[in-house]
Design a protein around this ligand. Sequence first.
Ligand SMILES: [Zn+2]
Length: 102
Amino acid sequence: MEPGGNRQTIRQQIVSLLSSDELTVRDLSQAVSITEKEVMNHLGHIETSVHSQGKKLFETPYKCLSCGFVFEKRTRFTKPGRCPECKNSHIQTARYLIKKCH
Ligand SMILES: [Zn+2]
């Protein structure tokens, strides 16, 4: 694996993976061999680029496994530290999927 490979290719790989499976940032970082932070950065761009193709990046939001609190209004792809309701740090990771929107 070459360091600092082609970004365009990685982004296309992520789009391809998310078009067939609902995946977490960690799944994606392992699949394309980049850091989770880089995946989050790509997701921001992907969200915009797939929109022009009539598709949408859907998010299954982070959720507290202790009380069920859902982190719905997140604008970034970063992981929340702990639950604002019960202060538990057992958070179910968000998952992403690209689908056509009508
Ligand atoms: Zn909670």
